[in-house]
Design a protein. Structure first.
Ligand code: ATP
Ligand code: MG
Length: 674
């Protein structure tokens, strides 16, 4: 059977093949957030023989044997083509590989991926990344921003600098109206701890974020899940409109109604990673009936397709025709459908893909390296920094000043102040303990808060970096600078209360210097927390490392152990709380200060054992070391992030290089990527 007879194009006169791209794309701008730019490009996407495997550990056969590594095939030779102006739907039961295939087509899948994916005949590149919209199955959104703010910040970061702010706001309003989000535009997104907008509304916000950029290629993972049929229809109408405007739209979908099903141009049906149908949506029923799976009753084609992908035949027509009875066993039904696909669709599809010549159509050439470089970022570094800073501060306005944290810090300050209430200068041991408490509390409290910063943002960072939204350096600086006012306000309030209640030197300059040292220590400790978080990107591991470090720094801080054995004395010099403690002592006391050590007996402060062990001199060296720590830890955090999210393409190339050995061994083609 000819594929073209199986899948004739509904819009054309039937002479064009299902795989053949239309010669001219009618551009309908009614659905676009803003008019197509002059340089906007249509994508013809082809994917051939996509195979994706993962390693999984099998059980060892005997006692003491190491578990064997087995390969699991997730995608098994999926081939197809989507032209600009088309809406392709991927159907299949849960776990059939829809998300995996969509991720591969969006250029976001690495690992043991083989086959060939091209966009207008070119491999995936950085500039394509910015023209591709990807709506993931799980919504990754900031919980404390409203719907309007979420879309506005996306617009400000992703729309080109040629548009004014007012124009960007207009596009946001347009998208909000288009997606029916007007009613909830001022509601917060919400998160696991507090209720915000509904799941369906979140999904529409995620779609809106991608629609805003007017992508040439739009990939969506289950955009209609959790929506009622009217809302789902509305989303599909919008997608159809985007496709009609010259976009290439690919979506996975679970259980579409027949109304929705007939809106698709093409369908890929997957069964456990293997394709069992590729072609026009309108001819799928015809194809399955031609291979023996027809149904006498009127059904939703999507229901029939999903039943077949699950190995459940519609009736027993096939069984009566064949001696073996595949319907009785889902496995044999699937095997039969896979072999029918190979026989009827696969071979012809490959021939037609080879014969379709991309260059003969009206697509622009892929941009040259220089073009790519010039349009690498659609906004300037400074603009990205500014927007990310404002967004971060909006998002964390509740977090930094939440009542619990304020209560925690103020209650410790007041209780501490009461315990050390107006300590007389003759009680030097209590005063030294008080200064040590300052250094410990503000040396370690910010560290535990900072450890969460990057691991918590991981999903967002992956999402936004893979769509080329901003530079990593702009994000890093905005994230760390944005935290400063919030992180410094609480220690300032704490020092005000604790210092004066505790009765330390009532001299304004000494107080201000002590406050500056405490704030400096907060910054250093925060930097170490950021570095731990960025290095491990796992909250549990990072907090464990932070607790070990704080305990070691606490003991080596110069207060508890005064005679540290020489072979381990270096630990003391790594502890920033040691320098903070030393600086606080140096500010509070002078080398020539005296205190009343016994009744009417005065001793030199510098000779008091706890002070003598750390000394009161060379304070500039301590400050310099803390500056070095501040810069060093932050640099370490940046490098760690850069390694993970900075040059995804370099990492991909590295991974693909290692995959190359595997794929060439299997004799398949390497996934083409720059
Ligand atoms: N990295 C991986 N490691 C192990 N298994 C994986 C990996 N990636 C995907 N899989 C497996 O591959 C199969 C397909 O996953 P995928 O998420 O693509 O399915 P899906 O069709 O999108 O399912 P759903 O409809 O439930 O979203 C699943 O069984 C999944 O467990
Ligand atoms: Mg999925």
């Amino acid at each position: 059977m000819s594929l073209s007879s199986v899948a004739p194009k509904p819009e054309n006169d039937g002479t064009e093949l299902a795989t053949g791209p239309p010669n001219r794309v009618e551009v309908n701008t009614a659905y676009l957030a803003y008019p197509i730019q002059k340089n906007s490009q249509s994508f013809l996407q082809r994917f051939e023989e996509i195979v994706y495997k993962v390693n999984r550990e099998g059980k060892g056969t005997g006692c003491g044997e190491t578990p064997s590594i087995k390969e699991k095939t997730i995608l098994n030779g999926v081939t197809g083509m989507v032209c600009p102006g088309e809406l392709l739907a991927m159907l299949g039961p849960s776990g059939s590989g829809k998300t995996t295939l969509l991720t591969a087509l969006g250029g976001r899948l690495s690992g043991m991926l083989s086959g060939k994916i091209t966009y207008n005949g070119q491999p995936f590149s950085g500039s394509m990344k910015r023209r591709t919209g990807f709506v993931a199955q799980d919504d990754v959104l900031y919980p404390h921003l409203t719907v309007f703010e979420t879309l506005l910040f996306t617009a400000l970061l992703r729309l080109p600098k040629s548009l004014t702010k007012e124009e960007k706001v207009q596009h946001v309003e347009h998208v909000i109206a288009e997606l029916g989000l007007t009613r909830c535009q001022n509601s917060m997104i919400g998160g696991p701890l507090f209720r915000g907008i509904s799941g369906g509304e979140k999904k529409r916000v995620s779609i809106g974020q991608e629609m805003l950029i007017n992508p040439s290629l739009l990939l969506l993972d289950e955009p209609t899940s959790g929506l009622d049929s009217t809302a789902a229809q509305r989303i599909l109408n919008t997608l159809k409109g985007l496709a009609g405007g010259g976009r290439t739209v690919i979506t996975t979908i679970h259980q579409p109604s027949s109304r929705l099903y007939y809106m698709f141009d093409k369908v890929v049906l997957l069964s456990e990673g293997s394709p069992i149908y590729y072609g026009l949506a309108s001819t799928a029923m015809e194809y399955f009936s031609s291979v023996g799976f027809s149904t006498s009753i009127t059904v939703n084609p999507a229901d029939l397709l999903l039943d077949l992908a699950n190995g459940i035949g519609p009736d027993f027509q096939h069984a009566t025709e064949r001696s073996d009875n595949p319907q009785q066993d889902p496995k044999s039904v699937r095997e039969f459908l896979i072999s029918a696909y190979d026989k009827n669709i696969s071979t012809r599809l490959k021939i037609e893909l080879c014969s379709s010549d991309v260059s003969s159509y009206n697509y622009k050439e892929a941009p040259t390296r220089n073009d790519v470089k010039s349009e690498k970022w659609c906004t300037t570094w400074w603009h990205q920094f500014k927007i990310l800073l404002i967004r971060g501060m909006r998002e964390r306005r509740f977090e930094a000043f939440n009542r619990l944290r304020i209560f925690q810090v103020l209650s410790v300050a007041i209780l501490g102040g009461l315990l050390w209430w107006r300590t007389p200068s003759s009680h030097i041991d209590d005063r030294v303990a008080m200064l040590f408490f300052f250094s410990v509390f503000w040396g370690f409290y910010p560290l535990y808060n900072a450890v969460f910063t990057f691991p918590q943002e991981r999903a967002m960072l992956i999402k936004e970096r893979s769509s080329g939204m901003y530079r990593l350096s702009a994000y890093f600086l905005a994230r760390t600078v944005g935290d400063l006012p919030m992180e410094l306000a609480l220690p300032t309030a704490f020092t005000f209360i604790f210092y004066w209640m505790g009765g330390l030197k009532p001299d304004p300059s000494t107080f201000i210097l002590s406050l500056l040292v405490v704030l400096f220590s907060v910054l250093v400790s925060q930097s170490l927390g950021l570095a731990f978080g960025a290095l491990l990107m796992d909250v549990k591991q990072a907090t464990t490392l932070a607790s070990v470090t704080t305990l070691v720094f606490l003991i080596a801080g110069g207060y508890y152990v005064r005679q540290i054995p020489p072979f381990i004395i270096w630990l003391k010099y790594l502890s920033y709380s040691y320098y903070c403690y030393k600086l606080l002592l140096g500010i509070q006391y002078d080398e020539n200060d005296y205190y009343e050590c016994a009744k009417e007996v005065y001793c030199r402060v510098a000779d008091y054992p706890a002070i003598k062990s750390v000394g009161l001199s060379h304070l500039w060296i301590d400050i310099s070391i803390m500056v070095l720590m501040l810069v060093g830890y932050r640099f370490m955090a940046y490098i760690a992030l850069h390694r993970e999210y900075g040059s995804m393409w370099v990492i991909r190339i590295h991974k693909l290089a290692s995959d190359y050995a595997l794929t060439t061994k299997r004799g398949s083609t390497l996934h083409e990527i720059d």
